[in-house]
Design a protein around this ligand. Structure first.
Ligand SMILES: [Cu+2]
Length: 157
């Protein structure tokens, strides 16, 4: 009778040990499942940046928005390509943040207060087909880029 009790006791210990082992092995597998589902996404946003000063401002800000993993900007088209973590941000939020810098972002219009603080030539909307730069804007880029908008590719008459 005593022997049977020991056997049952041993069996119980063995069972609980097995259960603990099972727990340890299941935990990592559920983690790896979460990693497999990528939340990294890419979005292209049309802005209305006009010159290299705009480009510099974007570069100083957009890569540091929450959830942004990678950022590229094409000054010819004023399009931004943003790689982001969809768990931390989303395209609508990114457009709002770009608007707060003073620029249009797709359908989201620039925040007027932020835009008013930009250098004068950066506030001028580029006409479709016009080359990148602040050419044709003699008021804003007075002195052909010597003041107001140092980054302007002036001298376009
Ligand atoms: Cu500019």
């Amino acid at each position: 009778m005593k022997k049977l009790a020991i056997l049952i006791f041993a069996a119980l210990i063995g069972f609980s040990a097995a259960a603990q082992n099972a727990k340890v092995t299941t935990a990592p597998s559920s983690n790896s499942k979460a990693v497999a589902t990528s939340t990294i996404q890419k979005v292209v946003i049309q802005t209305n940046g006009v010159c290299s000063k705009c480009e510099a401002l974007f570069k100083e800000n957009v890569p540091f928005f929450k959830g942004v993993k990678d950022y590229a900007y094409d000054p010819k088209t004023a399009k931004m390509t943003i790689t982001y973590d969809s768990k931390k941000t989303n395209p609508d939020l990114l457009r709002q943040q770009i608007s707060k810098l003073g620029y249009n972002a797709d359908d989201v219009k620039a925040d007027p207060a932020a835009r008013a603080k930009l250098p004068a030539c950066c506030q001028v909307d580029k006409k479709p087909g016009q080359e990148a730069g602040c050419g044709h804007n003699h008021g804003g880029c007075s002195g052909h880029g010597n003041s107001g908008c140092g980054g302007c590719n002036g001298h376009k008459h």
